[in-house]
Design a protein around this ligand. Structure first.
Ligand code: SAM
Length: 184
């Protein structure tokens, strides 16, 4: 089984006009995706943000739950937070994940080279370098991230005729973790 981590990217991401922007860290993204990552046995959950003040905010939230009153009030919140790593950018997350780490990206849009979730599960199950699974904020990952990836994972799709599938990143992460890692 290959090691797998996740990274939530706040820059470069797209806005509704497909302009490259920087997103803001939200408290929910820290907790929810950390709990999903812990549940499915990921090695680490990286939150990447280029602005120091944003990283400091995320660090304060993490420390509140790791060593502050939160850890005493709700001890169950501690283990997921121990896997939360605050970094400046994607490269820091790739470096921390280990030599040769493969970048896999996600999006609500498909692509002709999209890797099915079953195919991803199979690739995870054999020996190989670590994997870093990237999720975006805003309207999705910018092309400069998408183009660096070894694989684009197939989008999560529902049965709707109109094809609406723009999930929150929290929901998308949980569904993809389950598809790739849930015991069968
Ligand atoms: N239109 C954007 C896109 O196509 O990615 C939606 C962005 S969504 C608010 C933020 C992130 O959640 C995306 O960058 C992607 O990582 C993930 N995401 C959202 N819907 C998804 C789906 N249907 N399939 C796979 N990932 C999804």
């Amino acid at each position: 089984m290959r090691r797998i981590s996740a990274v939530l990217i706040h820059h470069p991401i797209l806005d509704r006009d497909r302009q490259v922007v920087t997103g803001a860290i939200t408290n929910l993204d820290l907790h929810d995706i950390a709990r999903s990552a812990h549940t499915y046995g990921l090695d680490a959950y990286y939150v990447a943000h280029p602005i120091a003040a944003q990283r400091e905010l995320a660090t304060r939230v993490r420390d509140h739950w790791l060593t502050g009153s939160g850890s005493r009030r709700i001890p169950d919140r501690v283990p997921p937070m121990q896997q939360l790593r605050i970094v400046s950018n994607l490269d820091e997350a790739l470096e921390s994940s280990g030599p040769g780490t493969e970048l896999w990206v996600t999006s609500a849009k498909g692509g002709d080279r999209a890797l099915s979730h079953e195919g991803a599960r199979e690739r995870l199950g054999v020996e190989g370098p670590p994997i870093l699974l990237a999720f975006g904020t805003g309207w999705g990952l910018a092309d400069e991230v998408m183009n660096r990836a070894t694989f684009l994972l197939a989008p999560i799709r529902g049965p709707r005729a109109d094809g609406f599938n723009h999930l929150s990143v929290r929901a998308a992460a949980a569904i993809i973790f389950d598809r790739l890692l849930a015991p069968r």
